[in-house]
Write a protein that binds this ligand. Structure first.
Ligand SMILES: Cc1cc2nc3c(=O)[nH]c(=O)nc-3n(C[C@H](O)[C@H](O)[C@H](O)COP(=O)(O)OP(=O)(O)OC[C@H]3O[C@@H](n4cnc5c(N)ncnc54)[C@H](O)[C@@H]3O)c2cc1C
Length: 485
């Protein structure tokens, strides 16, 4: 076997496909019984629901993610462009809209905030620049850190360039769920906004469709994928190379090269005591701070009652979005409302409500496992769900009386499905003040062990796919996206 990939989430599957396309024999080992990690879908009462795949930006021809969509064979999927505007932002009772296309985006916001029209154009100028150079960071020898906008705080930039506090908040409507902190790099903020302004998309069938398409291609190229294989440790030779991985069930898989797409702290835990990995490396990986997790309420709606909206809705009621509390005793004040594409018809069948939630909110139940949670946890989830629903109903009155049933998930749920520390939604938190410490290299103390996955560079579909290409480029020694060296 040439390469063993640990983790069958989007990062692991894209690494496996990239290497299979480069002629390597690949084996993916996934601990769960279902592939996809945070991109897996599931069914409730026959309805398809998603965990961590809702909508993505820049999928269309000429848009920022298109080279990756093409490379990973994801073009001919039922992508559905959202309407223009793609996002309604309700800010303290007023509705603002984020529009598709750079000019339209600026013009619509400048009409509401004329004093900031120049600043909006400058912001779009930065996005165009990011867009033009984004793939440079997948080349061997370069890193996303080299972009100067990584070292700039998004919050400070907005506060110094945009005079209207309301406009600053409206611009956060797109990405408040990914966590807004004082140290969030401007690059991370803008690359995400840029992709959605170019074109925001849902996928009919959700994350499962993506995962199945990747799996079909990997298997068609002779790659193997095994589920129910939790890797518990690496085997290391005397000359300091990884020789095999050993799974919890005792199965051992040898290979020339290994990629771990797990959170870096989890990967470190797989490495036995050895001279290559010193305590300082282990401590550094364990001390990495993570983005907060998410509380999700999945609503099943009465048939034919709630009109389907082909756009998302951000409800922002918190006075300070950059320090929005998402702890156990905080009132829920920010919500993303996501409509899943109905099988047919103009009416929504299910809607997700998402709001950031920190680990402290669920810490007291951290010893409990899926399916065996205590009553206190269940009561907590119910109370939070009712708050989310009440907030959503204030802005979307159609929901009143039309919710048949709902299900919830917390950071504990995500931790138990994917093992991500503290149920973090987007992995390692990036800091514009500490890029060396928070942007993780794909290389490790072992010459044949590489890292990939959302925690390294950028998260989400775009960031995780870019990271996979970067890691595989390093292994192959050329740029897989265009064949250049
Ligand atoms: C609530 C939520 C909403 C989101 N919404 C969006 C969105 O709308 N658009 C978007 O682009 N992104 C979204 N994201 C982010 C996106 O889901 C992630 O960035 C992406 O799925 C990360 O993929 P990954 O492969 O790096 O990690 P994961 O999906 O976590 O995959 C890691 C895999 O490794 C497996 N694993 C762990 N330990 C072991 C082991 N010891 N042995 C074997 N396997 C192991 C896990 O089971 C898992 O399958 C969202 C995330 C969340 C949580």
């Amino acid at each position: 076997m040439d390469v063993v990939v640990i983790g069958g989430g989007f990062g692991g599957l894209t690494c496996a496909l990239a290497l299979a396309k480069a002629g390597r024999s690949v084996l993916v080992l996934e601990q769960g019984n279902v592939l996809g990690g945070a991109f897996q879908s599931f069914r409730r009462r026959g309805q398809l629901m998603d965990t961590g795949f809702h909508y993505v930006g820049g999928v269309g021809e000429g848009e920022v993610m298109r080279p990756l969509i093409r490379f990973f064979g994801l073009e001919n999927l039922p992508w559905q462009p959202l309407d223009d505007p793609f996002l309604d932002v309700f800010l303290k009772g007023h509705r603002y809209a984020l529009h598709r296309g750079y000019d339209h985006f600026v013009d619509a916001l400048a009409a509401e905030f004329p004093e900031d029209s120049h600043a909006l154009r400058e912001l779009v100028g930065l996005m165009r620049e990011i867009n033009e150079h984004i793939y440079e960071s997948v080349l061997p020898g370069t890193t996303v850190q080299s972009n100067t906008l990584m070292a700039v705080s998004a919050k400070t930039y907005l506060e110094t360039h945009i005079s209207s506090p309301e406009l600053r908040d409206v611009l956060c409507g797109q990405c408040f769920t990914t966590e807004l902190t004082d140290e969030l790099p401007l690059y991370s903020f803008l690359q995400s906004l840029n992709s959605f302004i170019q074109g925001a998309y849902r996928l009919k069938g959700g994350g499962d469709v993506l995962v199945n398409r990747l799996v079909e291609q990997i298997e068609a190229m002779g790659g193997r994928i095994l589920t129910g294989k939790a890797v518990s440790r690496f085997e290391i030779s005397d000359d300091g190379r990884i020789t095999a991985v050993i799974c919890e069930d005792g199965d051992t898989f040898a290979a020339d090269t290994f990629i771990s797409t797990l959170h870096p702290a989890l990967t470190t835990d797989l490495i036995p005591e050895c001279p290559q990995v010193r305590g300082i490396y282990r401590r550094r990986m364990h001390r990495l701070e993570n983005t907060v997790g998410m509380f999700t309420v999945q609503l099943a709606l009465k048939p034919g009652a709630v009109p389907y909206r082909n756009r998302n809705v951000a409800i922002l009621e918190n006075d300070d979005l950059w320090h929005a509390s998402c702890g156990k005793d905080d009132k829920i004040s920010n919500l993303l409302v996501h409509y899943n594409i109905p099988d047919n018809g103009a009416f929504a069948t299910n809607i997700d409500l998402l709001t950031p939630m920190d680990w402290d909110s669920v810490r007291e139940w951290e010893e409990s496992k899926l399916g065996h949670r205590p009553d206190g946890y269940k009561a907590f989830k119910q109370q939070r769900a009712e708050e989310c629903i009440a907030l959503a109903q204030r802005y979307i009155p159609d929901l009143q009386g039309n919710i048949e049933q709902y299900w919830t998930s917390t950071p504990l749920t995500y931790r138990d499905y994917t093992s991500i520390p503290n149920g973090s939604s987007f992995g390692v938190r990036k800091s514009c003040n500490n890029l060396i410490g928070t942007v993780i290299s794909p290389q490790t103390p072992f010459p044949n062990l590489f890292l990939a996955g959302q925690s390294l560079m950028l998260h989400g579909m775009l960031g995780t796919a870019m990271t996979s290409v970067k890691t595989c480029n390093l292994i192959c020694g050329w740029n897989l996206l265009d064949g250049s060296c």
